[in-house]
Design a protein around this ligand. Sequence first.
Ligand SMILES: Nc1ncnc2c1ncn2[C@@H]1O[C@H](COP(=O)(O)OP(=O)(O)OP(=O)(O)O)[C@@H](O)[C@H]1O
Ligand SMILES: [Mg+2]
Length: 364
Amino acid sequence: MNGGENHLKEYYANVIDSVGDGVIVLDKQGMVTLINPAAEEITGVSRRHAQSAPFSDIFKGEAILLEMVSKTAATGMTISDYENIVLKKTGHLTPVSATASPLLLASGEIIGTILVLRDLTNVRELEETVRQADRLSTVGTLAAGLAHEIKNPLGGIKGAAQLLEREIREDSELRDYTRVVLKEVERVNKIVDELLDLASPRKLALAPVNLHKILGDIIILQKGVFADKRITFQQKFDPSIPPILADEALMTQLFLNLIKNAVEAVGETGQIKVVSRVWSDYSMTQKGERRSRMVAIEVSDDGPGIKKEELEQLFTPFFTTKAKGTGLGLAICQKIVTEHRGMIKVDSDPGKGTTFTVMLPLIQ
Ligand SMILES: Nc1ncnc2c1ncn2[C@@H]1O[C@H](COP(=O)(O)OP(=O)(O)OP(=O)(O)O)[C@@H](O)[C@H]1O
Ligand SMILES: [Mg+2]
């Protein structure tokens, strides 16, 4: 190699090292030939460790990346994924967007693959702020402020009722009244806590979660609670759905709210169906292929359905048609789903029934 060529090589290496995005170059055999500092930073894999090793070994835990790279190598297509990839570095998770493109010679011959990674942590945080602002309208924010104000006097009422209870003889009828006060205070407290929870951001405790187990447990629990009613539960789970990366407690709360709503909708007799399926649709966009793989969970009931004019208000905090409802159930569901970067939708046929569908990204 002559001096000029060497110089050029160094020049290009400097260019790639200076790029803010992570760049990983693979040869035709899938060996890493280059990894720039930004890619080292994003993936937590050092250049020393990666250079001349098979990409599939180094990133064996990152199924989506492996699939993208092998598909690009096989087809010569550029594939992008902006949604589904969360890299598991030791200790924490980094959401990234990735684009795999073929490395082409002027002749058109494919000699490798270029993978470009971008850290989306800041983007996600920004999105979260925007979502947060959206989620609670001005009214909601006001209510959340008010909730704080309610907590203090509520504490006072509770304390006073407890003192009063102590002063009243145990067999006195008056005890029934203090008991009502205390019970109702607890109820208001719970509503206020839920509202505060709805208004405040939180960190998700992400771990692999078996959705089928959660759904199965909720169904068993509900069957026990409503043993006296004639409600039949039907479950149809797609066994190919792997554990997904999610917050288990929030997933439980999400599906419990939906299944409870279904139970409340059917009344004394009815049928509730819980179905899971994988959605893998590949659609072409101008920028290349953008994949969205989601898992869909449907909770259907054959209750009275929801009026068209009510559909729009369903997810608004405090919208309820139930005497004892808070109207926070679905607002909470919506929050949980968006926090997991999923979607929730409702289809309802008045007179026939209702189906809520939750779609969650299939991140493992
Ligand atoms: N499966 C369903 N069938 C018919 N209507 C429903 C169904 N799920 C929800 N709704 C309607 O949406 C409203 C809001 O539901 P949401 O879960 O937010 O609050 P809630 O159930 O009324 O109160 P809470 O969840 O606090 O007990 C309900 O009052 C009901 O009118
Ligand atoms: Mg509810």
